[in-house]
Design a protein. Structure first.
Length: 217
């Protein structure tokens, strides 16, 4: 029975790794669509969001089945709780990539981001990619130190988010209200993506140490 539980737990872990890889790829493609008006990339992200949702449901189903059949306690129960929380954060990260892609598609054939904002969104996307990569790594091989680095990455994302507003609120902003609203929402999508990555990292730290830290959002 114990070996069976471990095998099932490994399947759940792999599903989470697959989700992390999926949301990382989704945000990468969504950013490419955003900055280059790549319609195909945007449509691919939107179509594949359902795959991330399916993985989320598989995690939920397997965890619920394990809870019912195995009645885990102590560290095993902690692993089950962690899996549910991390899956929820990853699913939301996929949704946020989907939102970025839909914004790019709505603006097509024009780029959704004006030249003045390309640098900040490029840097935000690089941080988002780095954070998603770390989540995938700590899910494949739990590492509290690596998971803890996500807080610093999130601080960098927050600083970029602030710098975005300094441009949007400047007296010389030339693009009007609609573009400013799009940029504000896009900034929020990247910032929230980072917040959910931090949350996922905190859940992994909880799995390793048993110490619970309040969620970032």
């Amino acid at each position: 029975m114990r070996d069976e539980f471990r095998a099932d737990l490994q399947i759940v872990s792999q599903l989470l790794v697959d989700m992390a890889e999926g949301v990382r790829a989704a945000m990468r493609q969504a950013t490419r669509a955003l900055l280059t008006a790549d319609r195909q990339a945007a449509e691919t992200v939107i179509e594949r969001d359902a795959e991330i949702d399916d993985l989320y449901r598989h995690v939920e189903e397997r965890v619920c089945d394990l809870l019912a059949r195995q009645a885990p306690v102590a560290s095993d129960l902690r692993a089950m709780i962690t899996a549910l929380h991390v899956a929820a954060d990853l699913e939301r990260m996929g949704d946020l990539a989907d939102h970025v892609a839909k914004t790019a598609l709505r603006r097509h054939p024009s780029p959704a981001v004006p030249a003045e904002l390309r640098t900040v969104f490029t840097e935000m996307s690089e941080i988002a990619d780095r954070m998603a990569a770390k989540i995938g790594s700590v899910l494949a091989k739990p590492d509290a130190d690596l998971a803890g680095e996500l807080d610093r990455d999130d601080d960098a994302m927050d600083e970029l988010h602030k710098s975005l507003f300094s441009v949007l609120l400047g007296d010389d902003w030339p693009y009007g209200v609609e573009t400013a609203i799009d940029a504000t929402l896009l900034g929020r999508f990247y910032e929230r993506f980072a917040d959910h990555a931090v949350n996922a990292g905190e859940h992994v730290i909880f799995l390793i140490t048993g110490e619970n830290k309040p969620a970032s959002i």
